[in-house]
Design a protein around this ligand. Structure first.
Ligand SMILES: [Zn+2]
Length: 206
């Protein structure tokens, strides 16, 4: 074999530098952390970097921001480049460890603008974060955007809790839906690519 790739990398889009230039290192108010996530998610799809998703990792108790991530599937050409995976990887890189829950480390929190997809569910479980904060859950995301989030069990939050990851939902939920709706309206006008639309299984839930 002579033509295999031996490395791949994930880069945050260049526009994030401008966007974060005036964001403080510490965001004490949890809802303000989500507000930042929504802002990044909205700009992300408008810039063509990927889907309307963003995430950040913070120290839960102090609000110190350790990393941010956005969906870079389109910009990076890697299907796993979801916001959560990017934010967790960058946080672990900054901390110098694969385990954000290592002994002596502050409790880390992952903040995302919707319940993770099935891939990011696993990534979150293995990351060492002690809490997950999401703007919302439920079918709204898939209905509005047509993204396929995968077959996640109804007990997803319970499984997190059993592994010591506290789940907080419904933080600025309407603001999340507003981002998804703006994205969808743009698609309907022939705008951005939906790279992972639901296909085949079009069964409607009542
Ligand atoms: Zn995901």
């Amino acid at each position: 074999m002579q033509h295999i790739a031996t490395t791949y990398r994930i880069d945050l889009p260049a526009w994030l530098g401008d966007e974060l230039a005036h964001v403080p290192d510490v965001i004490e108010e949890p809802s303000d952390r989500m507000r930042l996530v929504h802002r990044l998610a909205d700009r992300n799809w408008r810039e063509g970097s990927g889907g309307p998703f963003a995430a950040l990792v913070a120290e839960r108790d102090t609000g110190r921001i350790i990393s941010v991530g956005v969906n870079v599937v389109l910009a990076g050409g890697v299907s796993s480049g979801h916001a959560e995976v990017v934010a967790l990887g960058l946080a672990q890189t900054r901390r110098g460890t694969w385990d954000l829950g290592a002994a002596g480390a502050p409790a880390h929190e992952l903040v995302v603008n919707w319940r993770p997809c099935i891939q990011c569910y696993g990534a979150t479980l293995w990351s060492g974060v002690r809490s997950l904060v999401v703007a919302g859950e439920g079918p709204d995301l898939e209905e509005i955007t047509t993204f396929d989030e995968g077959p996640l069990g109804d007990d997803w939050a319970e499984q997190f809790e059993r592994r010591g990851i506290h789940v907080v939902t419904d933080v600025l939920r309407e603001e999340a839906l507003a981002v998804f709706r703006a994205y969808r309206q743009s698609i309907d006008r022939g705008g951005p690519t939906v790279y992972n639309a639901r296909q085949g299984d079009t069964e409607e839930t009542p």
